[in-house]
Design a protein around this ligand. Structure first.
Ligand code: B3K
Ligand code: ZN
Length: 881
């Protein structure tokens, strides 16, 4: 492992000096070596200013170059240079054919980038720069080429041979080998290349497009998973229909394939016509997958499918533009889920992720704008910022433009740039051109990092019937920019009267605003809006639907929050009012560690949601849930994880004892004894029932332990089984869960996905003694450090168990440091994901901060991959901020 810390800058972008019109790959899979013959039709790029530049192709370290031919003639070693993972050819004509022959060893590839072996199958992951591990190539997203792929392999071991596009030829060869040829007519960058060779079974379906074309849908899995494909297929068909209706986007090939693989660095990959999925993100069955997993799978299937337009047909010019495809596609999949299920619940889930993880990233040494200006390793920037904040930015454009103009803008974007590799500026330009709205200031969202705070103040003049609302914005300095320009953002709001009814809005100087809710255009550092004809002192309902990714600072009184928590018609704002009250109460509990008294007002607010049988149960579950410790930590100036944990536990017990009867009644009301159902209502009932169970089990009563044990014993579905187990695991100092965990493993040990859940439940438990538990589980025969899902379940979950990761003696940090070093030699991308939390020391107590820095220092003294190097060095560089 070498430390190569070369920084790549957006400002240095240059178009490629050469273009590759066609790419013909001949990949022969062999036991020891896989041979890759690559035939490229190359020409000089007329758009390049470097008319006599040498040809530089990227290649990974594991490639053994055998031969280079130009226009049919073998080049001797003076005809090319092989240096530092690059193949350079100085003398190149205007157009030529270049053929290379390389040998690679996918079975030794543990980084899971490029071609690698997962279990008994060969598969690929090329985004962002994995293709260079397969062959020498112009491995950049703005080099689009038409690919033809021939694969050959032993037929018995690898009966299925797949690549992008359409199958054009196949047949048997000598020595038990066979071959298949695939052709993809759509020019694409190498990051979208994929191939698979394995012993897989297929589940089929079909979809008829709006224009009447039949598309074959195929999911390939290992035989023992064949019963777990229905949900993904159904989700895929719903997504295809939704994209036609909502964005007017039809699928373009006649075949759409999904392959499930066990060893995968992330969730899934949108390769053209051949999506490759982490098994955990595609295979589902009620006995083994929870409701949350079903929902996640549907979201990911939709996301990868939507990439066919937002990412594949229109792709990124360079990796700085990643949010062009990821932010937009996350926004599209969120819209899909909101339209298909509950919009309010989806919004609450997304805001929770954003505020817990993205706000934390924005305040960390890894803070970056959604279009970063520089990177050392692009894989470090597949981040909550690029994805989730990127989606918020697209959502803000939607709010500013309205439905009709937003659709006009997306149509223009797709039509104008079909087949091109473009930038986020092109996206904003299409939205601006289609709508006539000036979005020039809006572009600051792409170049400035940090989470803005909106400070809102107001006053009411009863005599003049005028209500003045002043909105001031400020954004903390981040490494890339000390003084931020004001952002342009939509601020959705309403004014409520004493009954909670929305009042008609008349805004001075803005005739366009009519009705009872509006979107205010915020553009200045400080702006005042004057509402007229306001008949009584209103209660403002602000930032409805969380219309911008900001922190809202408005001095709501407790009485106002209680009012909004029961009266606001905006689902997000109603939930937000509850959350604020719960956060304030937890802060009080932090101040009274010797005994916390919950207020009657808070109890009756929670009670009114619990007993209201007309409310959507999924929403009630959200309304009564305490904010997570991670989010609570986000709201504190100095983070004391033990104090947060103790205060939240005290709150949990206080709520449970004040509302014990209501929680039990609600549990019984929502406990479904009929056949298993996955309707929204049934899913909501399970969510609420299990929230009640978790509260009740904080009381330490045998009655509720038994209730959890009975729920476990029923084995009705994985949601209930997992929740019953989790509610027992969470009981500090108890072994009640131990026999059930043993039973769980015995029952499910042959199903690797369930074993992942088994690891995660134990390693993520935020109770003392977590480190010993994790160390034991690392020795378990089912743990495999080469499998990212196992590492995420064990080490990733451990990091989330805050009291263990942040143990005062530094043992948690030292353990994670050890794991990073071990993993960096195996899989740098996974190692660097584990290093990011170590860099978040800024608001920790001074002792913890020093212990975290000590581990970072220790890491920095080792030979690191550039992935981990970048994360560790950014963290250390920020030490004096
Ligand atoms: N585009 C891929 C992510 C690739 C990550 C490479 N480190 C999946 C997705 O976002 O749809
Ligand atoms: Zn994506």
């Amino acid at each position: 492992m070498t430390t190569n810390s070369q920084v790549i800058y957006l400002k240095n972008y240059k178009p490629p000096a050469f273009l590759i019109d066609t790419t013909d790959l001949d990949i022969r899979i062999g036991d020891e070596y896989t041979s890759v013959v690559t035939r490229l039709k190359i020409r000089r790029n007329p758009a390049s200013s470097e008319m006599s530049a040498e040809l530089v192709l990227q290649g990974g370290k594991g490639i053994k170059l055998q031969e280079v031919m130009m226009d049919g003639l073998i080049l001797d070693s003076s005809g090319y240079e092989l240096e530092d993972s690059k193949l350079c050819i100085q003398q190149c004509p205007e157009t030529f054919e270049l053929t290379t022959e390389c040998l690679i060893q996918p079975q030794l590839n543990t980084s899971l980038e490029g071609l690698y072996k997962s279990g008994g199958m060969y598969c690929t992951q090329c985004e962002a720069e994995g293709f260079r591990n397969i062959t020498y190539y112009l491995d950049r997203p703005d080099a689009l080429s038409v690919f033809t792929t021939r694969i050959s392999a032993p037929k018995t071991s690898y009966p299925v041979l797949l690549a992008n596009g359409n199958p054009v030829d196949s047949g048997d060869l000598d020595n038990g080998e066979h071959f298949a040829v695939w052709h993809d007519p759509f020019p694409k960058p190498a990051y979208l290349f994929a191939m698979v060779a394995g012993d897989l079974v297929r589940q089929d379906d079909e979809f008829i497009t709006a224009s009447g074309r039949k598309v074959d849908l195929q999911i390939f899995v290992e035989a023992h998973n064949s019963h777990k494909c229905d949900h993904a297929l159904a989700s895929l068909k719903r997504s295809m229909l939704w994209d036609e209706k909502t964005y007017g986007r039809e699928y373009d090939l006649d075949l759409f394939m999904i392959v499930a693989v066990d060893d995968f660095n992330m969730g899934a990959m949108e390769n053209k016509g051949l999506n490759i999925f982490n098994s955990d993100c595609v295979l589902a069955d009620p006995a083994t997958s929870s409701d949350a997993m079903f929902e996640r799978i549907e979201g990911i299937v939709a996301h990868e499918y939507f990439h066919n337009w937002s990412g594949n047909r229109v792709t990124c010019r360079d990796w700085f533009q990643l949010s062009l495809k990821e932010g937009f596609t996350v926004y599209r999949d969120a819209q899909y889920t909101a339209d298909t299920y509950s919009a309010a619940v989806k919004r609450i889930d997304d805001v929770t992720i954003l505020r817990t993880h993205q706000f934390a990233e924005d305040a960390s040494p890894m803070a970056h704008p959604i279009r970063p200006a520089s990177y050392i390793e692009i894989n470090n920037f597949y981040s909550v910022t690029v994805y989730e904040k990127g989606a918020e930015v697209v959502g803000m454009m939607h709010s500013l433009l309205g439905d009709h103009l937003f659709r006009k803008g997306s149509d223009l974007y797709f039509d104008r740039h079909d087949g091109q590799a473009v930038t986020t500026d092109h996206f904003v330009a299409a939205m601006g051109d289609a709508s006539g709205i000036d979005l020039s200031q809006f572009k600051h969202w792409y170049s400035q990092a940090g989470t803005p705070t909106l400070t809102v103040t107001d006053s009411y003049d009863a005599a003049a019937q005028e209500y003045r609302l002043t909105v001031a914005q400020s954004t903390p300095a981040t490494a890339e920019c000390q003084h931020k320009q004001p952002f342009h953002m939509p601020f959705r709001m309403a004014l409520l009267d004493a009954n909670g009814t929305e009042m008609p809005l008349v805004v001075q100087g803005n005739d366009a605003i009519t009705g009872t809710t509006c979107v205010l255009d915020i553009k200045q550092a400080q702006q005042t809006f004057v509402f007229q004809e306001v008949k009584q002192h209103p209660i403002p309902s602000l930032l409805r639907g969380f219309s911008a990714p900001v922190k809202l600072d408005y001095a709501y009184t407790k009485a106002q929050l209680l009012f909004l928590a029961s009266k606001d018609q905006d689902g997000f704002c109603r939930w937000e009012a509850c959350q604020r009250l719960l956060i304030e109460a937890t802060e009080e509990a932090m101040l009274h560690t010797d005994g916390y008294q919950i207020t009657d007002a808070l109890v009756s607010m929670l009670r009114s949601s619990l007993v209201d049988e007309h409310l959507d149960t999924a929403m009630v579950a959200k309304l009564i849930q305490l904010p997570s410790e991670a989010y609570l930590a986000e709201t504190q100036t100095t983070v004391d994880v033990d104090l947060i944990h103790a205060a939240r536990e005290a709150m949990r017990m206080a709520i449970a004892s004040a509302l014990e009867n209501e929680l039990l009644t609600c549990y019984q009301r929502c406990h479904d004894t009929g056949p298993f159902s996955q309707t929204g209502g049934a899913i909501g009932n399970r969510a609420l029932k299990n929230t009640c169970l978790s509260y009740l089990n904080s009381l330490g009563k045998t009655q509720y332990h038994n209730m959890a044990q009975q729920q476990y014993a029923l084995q009705a579905n994985m949601t209930d089984v997992g929740a019953a187990l989790n509610s027992l695991i969470a009981i500090e100092g108890s072994n009640l869960a131990t026999p059930l965990l043993t039973d769980f493993y015995q029952r499910w040990h042959t199903d690797t996905q369930v074993v992942d859940q088994w690891f995660a439940m134990q390693c993520g438990a935020n109770r003392s003694g977590g480190l010993e538990q994790v160390q034991q589980l690392l020795q378990h025969s089912a743990f495999d450090i080469r499998n990212p899902n196992k590492v995420r379940s064990v080490v990733g979950s451990f990091i989330r168990s805050a009291i263990n990761f942040h143990a005062a003696d530094g043992s948690g940090y030292a353990f994670v440091g050890d794991m990073i070093l071990k993993l960096d030699a195996i899989n740098p991308m996974i190692a660097s994901g584990l290093a990011k939390p170590l860099g978040r020391f800024k608001r920790q107590t001074p002792q913890r901060k020093a212990l975290m820095q000590k581990q970072l220092q220790r890491l920095s003294e080792a030979q690191l991959s550039k992935d981990v190097f970048e994360v560790v060095n950014r963290a250390l560089d920020s030490s004096n901020d």
